[in-house]
Design a protein around this ligand. Structure first.
Ligand code: ACO
Ligand code: ACO
Length: 155
């Protein structure tokens, strides 16, 4: 099923406003978002002029990382997240990155499912990342989000 056959994924220019409401779906800390945005590239998925998805890509020493990925709530579960991950893989290869990283919380079971199905492998755990960097406790799927699970894909 493809409800969004003609979405366009494009890079935002520095003058364009990043879609903060979407970025906050993936990362509840606006302070963290504003720290990593300036040095990263922001890509948005648009459908009939509306921004329905976003991902943020950084590149450092030949390693690319998806720092944030989100799809508008009413458009989730229709394959757009998968398409954003495919697009990020293509963009990271174009930047000659050797590998592409993505990190998510231990409680983000759906995201871990999606990333592994999209070719990412778990490589490391940043213990207590969310306890150390986020002021309020985060719960998902009845599980407290404490650790960052790091995954990577060789390009
Ligand atoms: N629970 C269970 N399975 C899920 C979930 C979920 N929450 N989300 C996606 N999946 C599965 C789908 O079932 C599908 O699997 P299948 O092919 O086996 O059926 C697969 O993942 C692909 O799903 P898509 O429809 O492509 O995913 P979607 O368009 O919903 O985008 C995303 C996924 C980006 C995680 C979206 O749900 C979202 O914006 N969530 C809120 C923000 C968020 O958590 N972002 C990631 C944080 S980590 C980071 O930013 C680095
Ligand atoms: N996917 C998602 N959630 C699950 C799954 C699953 N496969 N299995 C259990 N759960 C969840 C339930 O939804 C429930 O969560 P909730 O309280 O939030 O609703 C919770 O786990 C408890 O479920 P139970 O009904 O107590 O689990 P069950 O009696 O099914 O036993 C077990 C779980 C032992 C994993 C069983 O499904 C099984 O025998 N699976 C096949 C063998 C297996 O995989 N064993 C574990 C291998 S690892 C090891 O052996 C060390």
């Amino acid at each position: 099923m493809n409800d969004f056959p003609e979405i366009q994924i494009t890079r935002l220019s520095p003058e364009e406003e990043p879609p903060l409401a979407l970025l906050l779906l993936a990362d509840p800390s606006e302070a963290a978002i504003s720290k990593y945005l300036p040095a990263a590239a922001v890509f948005v998925a648009r459908h009939q002029g509306e921004t329905i998805g976003v991902y943020v890509l950084s590149l450092e020493h030949g390693v690319a990382e998806i720092l944030n990925i989100a799809v508008k709530e009413t458009c989730q579960g229709k394959g757009i997240g998968r398409r954003l991950l495919e697009d990020a893989t293509v963009k990271a290869k174009e930047l000659h990155a050797e590998k592409l990283l993505i990190g998510t919380g231990n409680s983000s079971l759906g995201q871990l499912h999606l990333y592994q199905k999209s070719g990412f492998e778990i490589t490391a755990i940043r213990k207590n990342f969310f306890l150390d960097h986020y002021p309020a406790p985060i719960f998902e799927n009845g599980i407290q989000c404490k650790h960052m699970i790091m995954l990577e894909k060789q390009l």
